[in-house]
Design a protein around this ligand. Structure first.
Ligand code: FAD
Ligand code: NA7
Length: 461
């Protein structure tokens, strides 16, 4: 029945890519003539885009809320854009011409906005609104959500039938302690607070961690003129051939003054330490029994199909996985979540759902390397796509691109962003950026898109 949901109220926490995907999923159904439930999205920032909405601030925001953003100046996509393309809104549709495979942050932000601007999505979103606390009433089967309207400093509440948690999980730092670091005289910060490489020009910097943040902040600092970059790994080194000026050492054991001591006996002096030690899944607004408790991994426990909280499926989590796939995964999740909320998807019993979760967890436990991880997440996406009408895309081809990308990075960490890939949505081959990534110090959209005009000028001559 296309009208059965009219009186339901749906709350979405966060207007980042995941929350916006949820809104978009409902809009797509509205276009098919379905009566919409009431949708309210709560966003603590003053704009949408989540991580992609860059903030120069660190610590707390204008109203004293923990600052969400972890992105920095000069951030360029760390994977090919062809691996994250929305299958219902292509890069061609947005930019009207081929662009390169690794756009900078402002360009991806523009793309995210483009799709949602086509509709009245903004009307659903209450900006400058923090979700403070959530409870669930067993009798009425409704959520009570306590909110702070930050702008007018007013606390109020809403009753909701469904709650979608799309608050992200790369925002609250995991900050380990190392003996002696309290006396380190230079800068000590977490990657979350890193806002650009400028201040590390001519400095010797130490990055702790061996994942995306360590790799990318290390390379960014190198590109923008750091004197030396050391990455310190706990389990495994990234293990590629680094250019002169970047190296990997095993874990730091302790500090004495500005000297770091490493497990292999090496000692070195540094100007700054950046903890690239990952993030916590943190939901300070959720009570114990509703809270997702997990470390960063490809299949957090207790979520049926990676999204529905098994003990209470009216509670939905989006984007909580560690991510190879991003925007298109959030879409595939949001479409399925929508169908569940719209009574278009019947769930199996809790015990059967548990078995499905266990199947994925078993496989997750057996993953050995990045190639396995890519296959795992690709199969997860295929499973999601088989359950909703989100426009299908060639997941196998995307998986191949991810594997090539891993290879590209291993071959040369400084040039992998100069490679180009082919869209699985439109078949368009990415264009070459006008400037090699290592020489491109300007990440503005204007400079990035200048390419087309330049070509036209060339043709005119
Ligand atoms: P987020 O983007 O984190 O959005 C969550 C939203 O929820 C935020 O707007 C936040 O303000 C809001 N929120 C949180 N708590 C509350 C609350 N209590 N009340 C109200 N609102 C709240 N992905 C890529 O595909 N390519 C990349 O190159 C890439 N680079 C990255 C680089 C960095 C440094 C980081 C940290 C992440 C990167 N990612 C990248 C992954 C990125 O997290 C995803 O692309 C995407 O932003 C996740 O979307 P999300 O909506 O799930 O979460
Ligand atoms: P990740 O991918 O969760 O990686 C965290 C890294 O930090 C990883 O190398 C961990 O080592 C290391 N780590 C975690 N705790 C410690 C302690 N206590 N001591 C030493 N090292 C530690 O986070 P990232 O920030 O790199 O990436 C997150 C997202 O941000 C990602 O999507 C990017 O696109 C941007 P381990 O291997 O577990 O031993």
């Amino acid at each position: 029945n296309k009208n059965s949901m009219k009186d339901k109220r749906i709350g979405i926490i966060g207007a980042g890519p995941s929350g916006l995907a949820q809104i978009r999923a409902f809009e797509a159904l509205k276009e098919q003539g379905y009566a919409m439930p009431e949708i309210i999205c709560f966003e603590k920032q003053d704009n949408w885009g989540g991580m992609w909405n860059y903030s120069w601030r660190t610590g707390v925001g204008k109203y004293g809320e923990p600052l969400h953003g972890s992105m920095y100046k000069y951030l360029w996509s760390n994977g090919p854009k062809e691996c994250l393309e929305f299958s219902d809104y292509s890069f061609d549709e947005h930019f009207k011409k081929p662009i390169s495979s690794y756009p900078p942050r402002p360009v991806l932000f523009d793309y995210i906005q483009g799709r949602i601007k086509k509709s009245n999505a903004r009307d659903y979103i209450r900006f400058d609104t923090t979700v403070r606390w959530v409870s669930f009433d067993e009798n009425s089967k409704k959520f009570n959500v306590i909110l702070d309207d930050l702008k007018i400093d007013k606390t109020y509440s809403e009753e909701l039938d469904y709650l979608v948690v799309a608050s992200g999980h790369f925002s609250t730092p995991n900050m380990p302690y190392f003996k002696g670091i309290e006396n380190f005289p230079g800068t000590v910060m977490h990657a979350h607070d890193f806002r650009g490489a400028d201040q590390f020009k001519d400095r010797n910097i130490l990055l702790i961690g061996s994942s995306y943040s360590a790799e990318d902040i290390g390379v960014q600092c190198y590109k923008h003129g750091a004197k030396s970059v050391t990455l310190s790994y706990r389990s495994n080194p990234i293990g590629i051939e680094w250019p002169e000026g970047i190296k990997e050492l095993p874990m730091v054991t302790h500090f004495e003054g500005d000297t770091a001591f490493f497990k292999d006996g090496t000692t070195e002096v540094y100007d700054a330490v950046i903890m690239c030690t990952g993030y916590q899944h943190k939901f300070p607004f959720l009570p114990d029994e509703l809270r997702l408790k997990t470390k960063n991994n490809l299949f957090p426990d207790n979520l049926y199909k990676g999204i529905l909280f098994n003990a209470l499926p009216q509670l939905i989590y989006l984007g909580m996985q560690d991510q190879y796939y991003t925007f298109n995964m959030f879409d595939a999740q949001a479409w399925l979540a929508r169908d569940f909320m719209m009574n278009r998807l019947t769930l199996p019993k809790e015990t059967e759902r548990r078995m499905d979760i266990d199947k994925w967890l078993d496989r997750n436990n057996k993953l050995e390397n990045s190639l396995d991880n890519v296959d795992f997440q690709s199969d997860y996406i295929k499973d999601l796509l088989s359950l909703s009408d989100y426009p299908h895309f060639n997941v196998d081809k995307v998986a191949e691109m991810f594997k090539e990308w891993l290879q590209d990075k291993e071959e040369n960490i400084l040039t992998y962003r100069d490679k180009t890939y082919q869209s699985v949505v439109t078949g368009t081959m990415a264009s070459q950026h006008h400037t090699e990534w290592m020489d491109e110090l300007d990440d503005s959209k204007e400079r990035y898109l200048y390419q087309g005009e330049q070509e036209e000028v060339l043709q005119d001559n």
